[in-house]
Structure formats: C-alpha cells, structure tokens
Design a protein around this ligand. Structure first.
Ligand code: SF4
Length: 617
C-alpha cells in the first residue's frame, strides 16, 4: 500500500486499553482520508442521540494519503466528532505538524473513546503508546501544556485543551503549536469531557512511500512553482496572510459589524494588515505549517506584559476571522486589543469565531435593552475594550453571565426568549463566521447545507456578485466548490491552495491521489467520493433530528428579513426573497440526490454504495 499506512490506533480511556487495527483498503479508497475516513467511522461507531459530553462520544484525529510524503502544503490533519455546541456532526482542520507526525508514528488515524477517571494525557512516541497522569497539567493553558510536554523532546507535537475545555465551555477549541486550532464546534470541550488534557505525538524518521518517487518529485516542483507564480503576481495572502481580507470584506459589504447589524465597519482601516503590522513595530516572522510553500501565518517577536515569556510559546498575528469577529463584530478598532484577545483565546482554548459571535449578541441585547432586570448590570456596550477582556475571564470561569455565554449563541438566546432568538446569528447552533451572506450571492446556501452548521470553510459559490439575482444561478459552482473542499479536507491538503496559480482544482485532487497512492483516480471516482462524504455527514445529522431535515437548513432571520442598512451592499438580504431560497435549496437537494425534504433517495444511497452501512446502523 502506498500513501496510507492502513492502520489506526484506538485509545479507550475507560478501559485504558490501547490497540492497533487495520483500516480496510476498500474504505480508504471510498473515503480517502481526513474528513472522509473520520466521517465514516463516526457514523459507524457513534450511536444516534448520545450525549456529546458523555463517554459514548468519540474523537477522530485523521490524516490523509498526503501526510508524511514530500508533497507541499500538507502539514495538516482533520478531526471529526459529535459537537457539544450543535449536538450534530462536526469536523475541523488544523495546520502545523500534527498530521505528518501521526503518519510518521505509523497511523492514518487516532481514535479516542470512553472517559478517563482522572486527568490524563496520551503519549505516542517511538518508545511507547501510553495513557499518562495529567493532574499536574489540569488548569494549565494550552501554551503551558505544550511547553511542558515538549520540554524533554522539542520535536514532540502536542494538541491540548485549555481551561475553557476543562470547564466545558461549549465552544472550546484544541490548540497545537501555540496558535493552530481545531476551532469549531467544541472539540476542546470533547477533550475536557473525557478528562483528556492533551495528546503528544512523536513519530520516527519514516518517509511515507509513493509508487514512483520521480513522479512525486515532479509534483513537488509543480506545486512549488505554482505557489511562486502566485506570489510573483502579488497575491496578498502570500504577503499578509488572511488579514488582507479586511478591506475586501468591507468594500464588498460582507464584514460583520455590531453583531451583523451592518456590514461596513467605520474603523476597518485601523485594523488593516498594514496597521496591525505597524502596531507591533513590524516585529513579525513567518511561522508556516510543515512543508508549506505559501506560508500564510505570522507570529510576533515582540514581548507584551500580558504574555509572560515563561508561559508563552508564540504570540500569533490575528487572522481575518479574529479581525472580523473581535474587531468589526464587537466594534473594536484597536489592533493591540485584538492581538491580546486573540492570544487569550489561543492560550485559554476558545474558538475566536464563536467567542466574537456570542459576545456580539450580548452587546446587541444590551444596546436594545433586552436583558432581564437581574442581568442588566452585566450588559456590555460595543467597543468596550476593558469590559471585553473581563468578560472573557468570566466565560472561561463560567462565572455570572459568563456561565450562560459559555453555552454558545443558540442556548444563550433560547434562555433570554424569542426577541433575542430573532437576533442570534448561528446556523444549526454553530456561530456564523466573519462573512455576511447578504453580501455574496448563494453564500447562504453554503451555510445552510453544511453538516457542521454555518461555516465559511465548506465551499463557496464562485461569484463576486451580491444577491441581486436568483441563487440558482451560482448553484453549479457552489456544488463543485463543496466537492473540492471535501476532497481537500480528505486528502488532506490546505484550503489555501486556492491561492496558487493556477488554483488547485478537482483535477489536481485526482492527480495527487493517483501520484501518492497509485490507485487509478478518475473524475468519477473522486466526485463520487466527495458526494458520498457530503451525504454521510448529512445522514449523521438526520439521525439526530425530530423533524424533516429541511426544517434545520435555515439561516438566521436577520439574513433573510433585514436588508443591510448601509454600505456597499445596502438594501440586500441573503436571497432575493423566500421563494428564491426555497427554489434554490430544493434544486441543490435534487442535485445531491435528496428529496424535497432533504432526505437522500434510495437511488443515491445505492449509487454511492452507502446502503449496507445504513442497514448496519
Ligand atoms: S497556507 Fe498557511 S495554513 Fe495553509 S499550509 Fe501554508 S501556512 Fe499552513
């Protein structure tokens, strides 16, 4: 076998048993790796309607056939589980070094199940596979934990949950390499619920072999050349990371501002990439993932009083999502505050998107006077920097109003009643990221049909137009981009391969799969793999629903009913009208082999070879 190792490591925290298993070759061919393989095992092994914080939930850390080879832009891996935030399917992707290291340790996947009786950490090294006592690490930040576990062997790769995950804040993330996160859906909370503080991985020097090393080298050269070409043409990602998107999102009316009340932030120029860099005296350095030829990430060399050296690994430059959700969405136009809050989220283990969203809701609730009398003194205004930092500590400690906010936007709104639910910005319980769908035609369809909930990383329609025409006009490109993203997340290769020249395409997915595994990867094979994975993630959710699936595929009322009040996309809603939404959703279901209620038909299940799996479960 080439590309894959064909093996998984299973760690049962309840029985303390650690075992190796074979992954059937047929399953690797059908689901590829990463998101695909994780989705297959989640569906097969995790029973419907279990408590995501209970011992029956499982966590899948999954590499793809590219990890451990020489192919660039692949220093990544996927995680899949049931989300404590949405109670549904969640998958997430992370950069750094974790994926290649797991592969070098000999595994395509690590499965963690059960629940430990006391705090533990898992060690995977050339000498041992062990569950170790983590009592001394419990309560530590992700940075302190990583520094402690890498002390003896700096090349050990660590992923850990912070105090937020330990306290079961429902949007806690998992952090690796000090600022790389499995951000969405509460994967850090899953670790916390299992009393699992961290996983440390150190592989050996093995190189994953491919069928033809000459072809592998050609592919390395080709992808490197395409990245170089994009850089020479001045693609901003290569120079500023994602922070270059701040002016773009404002100019196109997609920037979240004051809990998505509008999409143009007056202070956006103060938090642009250039201002951000100037605010740290340009003392930054590139900190790429393993084998990356794009290098989109920067850390700060400067020291800050709020980041003591002995406790801090790296301080990250905020990416676009942080600038949107902590900046515009909370009315903060001060780069230093955003850097500090971003760092706090990385160390304490909070998803910055959900954090900015749930606090944005509290700010709007305060603005509108919708807080109940007993909570009124705890309200906070847009732009309140000191109040924001204090509130973060309360969320992590689950103290006072922080205890309610720690359950996420949907539960916070439900607790306060219908008036607040009407202004809560989430999809299926997952907080909406920093792109307002009222500024881009068809983006709302991407949000409502992603099994994870409202995520910006599940394939977008290829258009720069606002919703000034029917969404059905961009449906072909949306479906193609959804498939491409699923394939990238399964292979696993970075999303930002869209910024090489020419862009990474489905044809490239075929080419890399064939080069590293030697299997004959036709367009039909990879497209069907993407369709299979999309549908299986949806089927996981359908088992959780009380009503027809269509009733859950909805946008927040604000995006459907409130036209943007000002800025470049003034007057737009996410769809021309309700009929436009209904028609385009029905058509998307049809093209995905689902009936008008959003349930897959027997024909598509048979075509995608899912019938047997469904019968078993
Ligand atoms: S482009 Fe950025 S996120 Fe992607 S692999 Fe490179 S450094 Fe990592």
């Amino acid at each position: 076998m080439f590309g894959w190792t064909g093996k998984l490591l299973r760690v049962d925290l309840s029985t303390e048993k650690i075992s190796e298993e074979v992954i059937p070759e047929e399953i690797l061919h059908q689901f590829i790796g990463g998101k695909g393989i994780g989705t297959y095992y989640l569906f097969k092994e995790v029973p419907p309607r279990i408590d995501p914080l209970g011992p029956l939930n499982r966590f899948y850390l999954v590499t793809g056939p590219l990890q451990g080879t020489k192919i660039p832009i692949t220093g990544r891996c996927a995680a899949v589980s049931k989300s404590p935030l949405t109670q549904l399917y969640i998958d997430s992707q992370i950069g750094g070094h974790l994926g290649p290291e797991l592969k070098r340790a000999g595994y395509d996947m690590l499965i963690i199940q059960g629940k430990a009786g006391k705090p533990v950490w898992i060690n995977i090294s050339p000498d041992e596979r062990a569950i170790n006592d983590a009592t001394q690490l419990w309560g530590k930040t992700t940075h302190e934990t990583e520094l402690a576990l890498r002390k003896a062997e700096p090349k050990t790769r660590v992923i850990s949950t912070g105090p937020a995950g330990e306290k079961l804040v429902r949007f806690a993330c998992l952090t690796h390499n000090f600022f790389r996160n499995f951000g969405r859906g509460g994967l850090g909370t899953v670790f916390g619920s299992k009393q699992l503080k961290a996983v440390a991985i150190r592989g050996d020097k093995r190189q994953i072999s491919t069928p033809d090393s000459r072809k592998e080298l050609e592919l390395v050269k080709q992808l490197s050349h395409r990245a170089k070409k994009a850089k020479e043409r001045g693609h901003s990602l290569h120079f500023h990371g994602t922070s270059w998107l701040v002016p773009y999102a404002n100019e196109t009316g997609q920037f979240p501002t004051h809990n998505f009340q509008t999409t143009y932030f007056e202070g956006h120029e103060k938090i642009s990439a250039e201002q951000l860099e100037a605010s740290v005296d340009n003392q930054t350095r590139r900190t790429p993932c393993e084998l990356c030829v794009i290098s989109c990430a920067w850390t700060i060399k400067k020291e800050f009083p709020w980041a003591p050296t002995e406790k801090t690994g790296e301080i990250a430059m905020p990416e676009y999502e942080s600038l949107g959700m902590i900046g515009g969405n909370l009315g903060i136009d001060d780069p230093q505050t955003i850097i500090q809050v971003n760092h706090f989220c990385n160390t304490i283990g909070l998803d910055v998107i959900s954090t900015g969203n749930v606090i944005g809701l509290l700010m709007e609730v305060t603005q509108r006077g919708l807080l109940p009398k007993d909570l009124q003194p705890l309200g906070i205004q847009f732009g309140d920097k000191e109040g924001l930092v204090n509130l973060l500590h309360k969320i992590v400690a689950r103290e006072g109003i922080g205890d309610i906010l720690a359950n996420g936007t949907r539960m916070f709104a439900e607790q306060l009643g219908p008036e607040v639910e009407a202004i809560a910005i989430h999809g299926k319980g997952l907080e909406v990221p920093a792109w307002d769908p009222r500024g881009k035609r068809g983006l709302g369809l991407s949000y409502v049909t992603a099994a994870a909930g409202a995520s910006h990383l599940r394939g977008w329609p290829r258009t720069t137009k606002p919703p000034n025409d029917k969404a059905i006009t961009v449906l072909n490109s949306l479906i193609e981009e959804q498939n491409l993203k699923i394939l990238k997340d399964s292979l696993v290769i970075c999303h930002f391969t869209h910024s090489i020249s020419p862009k990474f395409s489905i044809k490239d997915c075929m080419m890399v799969l064939e080069t590293v595994t030697g299997i004959s990867a036709s367009m039909e094979l990879v497209t069907q793999a993407a369709e299979r994975i999309w549908l299986l993630a949806r089927l996981f959710n359908i088992r959780e629903y009380d009503n027809p699936p269509r009733e859950y595929d909805i946008l927040p009322p604000r995006f459907m009913q409130e036209p943007i009040p000002d800025g470049p996309t003034k007057g737009y809603t996410a769809f021309i009208n309700q009929q436009d939404f209904n028609e385009s959703l029905t058509e998307l279901y049809k093209r995905r082999g689902c009936d008008p209620d959003g349930r897959p038909t027997q024909e598509v299940l048979k075509k995608l070879r899912l019938t047997a799996l469904l019968k078993e479960n």
